[in-house]
Design a protein around this ligand. Structure first.
Ligand SMILES: Cc1ncc(COP(=O)(O)O)c(C=O)c1O
Length: 406
């Protein structure tokens, strides 16, 4: 993957390294210059400041939590950089996060603290689950799931989401009818930001519990967007391990501070694995690759984010609600499914006057906005685009001006 041509990787531009004290949200109203930081998002767009605006890859053009910056600086100042074991308080910290942010009880014994990205974790989890029957994946859906199944040689089938009222629903009966060995989905949905209901997640857990045998029969719920619920909807995020109730052993819940706090440059994630046998299989598989729970920078970032990142996250969510409202006002009926979470909008190209094929290129050509092509989200993505609106206010103003020219 190539880096931005004009980006001196060793000399980040004068962007803020630590944020202000009491009002982290004020920073989101100022320009944020990522030049020289090696941003893959901007490199992919082939973008230049003032020219193309990159709204593709799911990462945020917003300064990260001051608590993370401070923790990294403090830890880096101690020159002990050797093999680092798992933080003894890490599992309780994750359980506390779920209690405080989602009002649910998570058993700390379920928690695995993983020093690698969610994508790597999904691959290892699917290999450890070794489903006896096909894996079901909704569409539209983040393409990583089908890519990982293909890479692991696991048969998979795609199930189209249904549309009812203001947005997507999970066709839970269809999932059950196909007797899956595993179901993998993003909860909330990427690309649409749809929050699933507790009943939908419970029904999927029932579908895998009925359909699988032995080590199969797992609902793998990827909840990396689950801490980004917009406060104005008053919805609750259905944490799969909890929503499944007595079927918790048929679930794995995957989460990460990477999406929530925009720290994916230091890959880490954590998983709730209620089934002890599956935990053992996973850690055994990890050991075969020289991977263990722990890691120096990963845990520094994760601990700081979960312990002290709450005020930054609250400010972020307020910012995202304002940005989402401004954009949905402009985009109107082009928004396919009403968004409840994260910083993503799923758009109908035709409603924007764009061709169904090549909509991304056409939009880029017309007004210099770079979105993700819908076909990257499975068969249901034909004629769709995904827009990432995690932008500072001045850049969002420019985006809205450009959308008005369409
Ligand atoms: C639902 C979902 N899962 C997993 C990932 C992968 O995250 P990473 O690339 O940090 O592994 C993404 C990235 O966009 C995602 O949206």
């Amino acid at each position: 993957m190539s880096e931005p041509a004009a980006a001196p990787a060793s000399s980040p531009a004068g962007s803020p390294r630590t944020g202000p004290g009491p009002n982290p949200g004020a920073e989101f109203d100022r320009p944020f210059d990522r030049t020289g930081t090696g941003s893959i998002k901007w490199a992919r767009a082939g973008a230049t400041p003032g020219g193309v605006i990159s709204m593709g890859l799911a990462d945020m053009d917003l300064p990260g939590p001051p608590a993370v910056a401070e923790a990294l600086a403090t830890r880096a100042a101690h020159r002990a950089y050797g093999y680092t074991q798992c933080d003894p308080g890490g599992r309780e910290l994750v359980a506390r996060w779920y209690r405080d942010r989602h009002a649910v009880a998570v058993d700390p014994d379920w928690v695995l603290l993983l020093p690698f990205s969610p994508r790597t974790a999904l691959r290892l989890l699917l290999e450890a689950i070794a489903p006896a029957r096909p894996v079901l994946v909704p569409t539209p859906e983040w393409a990583g799931f089908t890519e990982i199944c293909a890479a692991a040689g696991l048969p998979y089938e795609e199930v189209a989401l249904s549309v009812e009222g203001d947005g997507y629903r999970l066709p839970t009966e269809e999932f059950a009818r196909r007797r899956p060995g595993a179901i993998v989905l993003s909860n909330p949905n990427n690309p649409s930001g749809r929050v699933w209901t507790h009943a939908e997640i419970r029904a999927l857990a029932e579908a895998v519990a009925d359909g699988g045998a032995g080590p199969g029969g797992i609902l793998l719920s990827d909840e990396v967007h689950g801490d980004l619920l917009h406060p104005d909807h008053g919805l609750r995020h259905p944490v799969a391990a909890v929503a499944a109730g007595d079927l918790a052993r048929h679930t794995v819940t995957l989460n990460s501070v990477g999406k929530t706090f925009n720290t994916s440059g230091v890959p880490s994630c954590f998983a709730l694995v209620p089934d002890p046998a599956l935990r053992t299989r996973l850690t055994g598989l990890m050991a075969g690759f020289g991977l263990w729970e722990g890691g120096l920078l990963e845990q520094t970032v994760q601990r700081a984010a979960l312990a002290d990142g709450g005020p930054w996250l609250d400010a972020l969510l307020r910012h995202l609600v304002v940005a989402r409202t401004r954009l949905t006002d402009v985009l109107g009926s082009a928004v396919v499914s009403r968004p409840h979470a994260s910083y993503l909008l799923w758009l109908d190209a035709a409603a924007l006057g764009l061709p169904a094929r090549g909509a991304r290129a056409a939009l880029l050509e017309r007004c210099g906005l770079e979105l993700s092509e819908g076909t990257g989200f499975g068969p249901a993505g034909q004629g769709r685009l995904r827009l990432n609106y995690a932008l500072p206010t001045p850049l969002l103003d420019t985006v809205i001006d450009r959308l008005h020219t369409l």
